[in-house]
Ligand binder design. Structure first.
Ligand code: NA7
Length: 539
């Protein structure tokens, strides 16, 4: 006999936790299904050495509870994975969410039963649940992408994937370690692995731009002063064309600052602006000159600035050149934020192998065979990314009206209205889905905005006696076209990144996140709701 509920939530990361809190408080019956053994989502799985958030702790945290944000003390400017996981666990305990979560439970299918107007959700533990609404809180980066390199399974040494790191401690002492992948995960892990290993070989296919985090322990007096304005900072995170990170001045800005345009600066001024941003640290570097992601010249200038930094830091000129990205505009692949990344290549026991010059032929039981040499390894780490944004949704068998599967509906790329719902899948919501700012934004800001919007929508439906919601095809088509038009007005599509699905063979090349910024997006969502949920059909 299937258990009947108002809402089934898939995933107990930050989105699932906040959904659980809001749904529970609204008096609805809810169950959260989570494949991990604990809460935390991304921060439960990604335990690789050096894993930490590339957004600042005081921004990358929930704002829905003033007492929570005041009592929780972050230790560093950028929190490490164990601290973020502890925060997620604290939220689960403090708001008594665990009784509503089934752990070690993977959703295998979700099917819309037209006659009953319910979702039937089946799990790998044999559960069958029926609910009026199903909300996917499955995360944007939760399905690891394993590279198709010949012989990967034949390696006889120790093997680790960054996003599926074991829970027990791993050490690299006395070992010859190799790592494949130089995205955010690799760039965080490399300096930490190098600090332990006897020898580290980095296998790099495409170099990425990275800026220093300028991480440090947070000064308690500064934190107290910042938190005395927390409400105003949080409000600033919600507005403007940016990503929702706000800034670090203690006193919040009264209005978003006008962006500095490249054309308004002399070369010396532009250099000074970037130098200041480099010293201040973090991904905010990309916003220092406001049109870096819009204007080819502004972008080329920022690229050259970082190239110079790399050449200054890395002593060996051949290594330095190999580390300089030249195949994509800066920021069109996610900018990395590092601690001593480029400096690590100055150590004698660290070697960069440029796979563009010496490709991997195969992995052997003993190491990596390049076309030019064999490199013997005791340990191999892969940090090769994710099937981003659609991976988790398409891995489940999600079936909507008339037997239409999500795989078929999204065959030529994800189609959503506002990144919240998709036509032919009534009462199925997504949190930070494709077509919303999601990975281009502070995820916590976007998660709260989506969850609040969905809860308001459910309240509105309940008040008006409506049982079914679904976007119209026209509204969806218009939104999909708008998301592409916004992306095409930027340099993002030139990045060839996982934002476009370019890292997964056969995945349609569609720019998935909404690039207009969190402020305009929030305004659209609010306007749609105020206008009787324009673009949605109800029954
Ligand atoms: P990314 O950013 O997708 O990086 C994956 C890296 O793995 C990237 O350098 C890839 O090189 C490399 N890769 C993938 N397949 C191969 C093969 N077959 N051979 C060599 N190198 C390969 O994933 P991350 O986990 O680092 O970061 C994802 C996000 O997580 C990040 O932005 C944060 O938001 C958190 P390529 O570029 O494809 O040449």
């Amino acid at each position: 006999m299937a258990e009947s509920l108002d809402v089934v939530v898939v995933g107990a990361g930050f989105a699932g936790l906040y959904l659980c809190h809001r749904l529970k408080a609204s008096g609805r019956t809810v169950k959260v299904l989570e494949q991990g053994s604990d809460v935390g989502g991304t921060w439960y799985w990604n335990r690789y050495p050096g894993a930490r958030c590339d957004a600042e702790s005081l921004a990358y945290s929930f704002s829905f509870s003033e007492s929570l944000e005041q009592e929780w003390q972050w230790s560093e400017r950028y929190a490490q994975q164990p601290e973020i996981l502890a925060y997620a666990q604290h939220v689960a305990d403090r708001f008594n969410l665990r009784p509503w979560i089934d752990f070690d439970t993977r959703v295998e299918s979700a099917s819309w039963l037209e006659d009953l107007s319910v979702w039937e959700v089946r799990t790998d533990t044999g559960q069958t649940l029926r609910a009026t609404f199903c909300i996917m809180a499955t995360g944007c980066l939760s399905v690891p992408q394993r590279p198709s390199i010949e012989g990967l399974d034949t390696f006889q040494g120790k093997f680790y994937q960054a996003s599926q790191w074991p829970h027990e401690s791993v050490n690299f002492l006395g070992q010859r370690v190799g790592i494949i992948g130089t995205g955010s995960s690799g760039i965080q892990a490399i300096p930490v692995i190098a600090s332990e290993a006897d020898h580290l070989t980095v296998f790099q296919r495409t170099p990425n731009f990275s800026v220093p985090a300028q991480n440090g322990v947070l000064d308690p007096d500064w934190v107290t002063a910042f938190k005395s304005h927390y409400r105003a900072h949080r409000e600033n995170h919600k507005v403007g064309n940016g990503s929702g990170f706000g800034d670090l001045d203690i006193k919040p800005r009264e209005a978003p600052a006008d962006p500095i345009l490249f054309s308004s600066l002399s070369e010396a001024e532009a250099t000074a602006v970037l130098e200041q941003a480099w010293r201040r640290g973090g991904a905010r570097f990309m916003a220092a000159i406001g049109d870096t992601l819009m204007d080819e010249q502004a972008n080329a200038f920022a690229q050259e600035f970082v190239h110079k930094k790399i050449r200054e830091i890395v002593k060996d000129p051949i290594t330095a050149e190999a580390l300089c990205p030249t195949t994509h505009p800066i920021g069109t692949r996610r900018i990395c934020v590092d601690i001593n990344y480029y400096e690590t290549y100055n150590a004698d026991h660290v070697r960069l192998v440029n796979l563009r010059e010496s490709p991997i032929v195969r992995i052997t039981p003993w190491g990596v065979e390049l076309d030019s040499e064999n490199i013997e390894l005791d340990t191999l780490v892969i940090a090769t990314g994710f099937d981003a944004m659609t991976g988790a949704l398409l891995k489940m068998q999600v079936t909507g009206k008339s037997g239409l599967t999500l795989q078929n509906a999204w065959m030529s790329g994800p189609k959503t209205y506002l990144g919240l719902m998709t036509a032919d899948f009534p009462n199925l919501f997504m949190i930070t889905g494709p077509g919303s700012p999601s990975v281009l934004s502070n995820m916590l800001v976007s998660i709260e905005q989506h969850v609040d919007w969905v809860l308001d929508c459910l309240e509105d439906m309940a008040a008006k006696g409506k049982a079914k919601i679904e976007p119209s095809r026209e509204a969806q088509e218009t939104w999909v076209e708008h998301v592409q038009a916004v992306a095409n007005a930027t340099l993002f599509p030139k990045g060839g990144s996982w934002y476009l699905g370019a890292n997964v063979p056969g995945k349609p090349r569609i720019f998935m996140p909404y690039a207009a910024g969190v402020g305009p997006y929030r305004e659209v969502c609010q306007a749609v709701a105020s206008d009787h949920y324009r673009g949605f059909n109800f029954e």
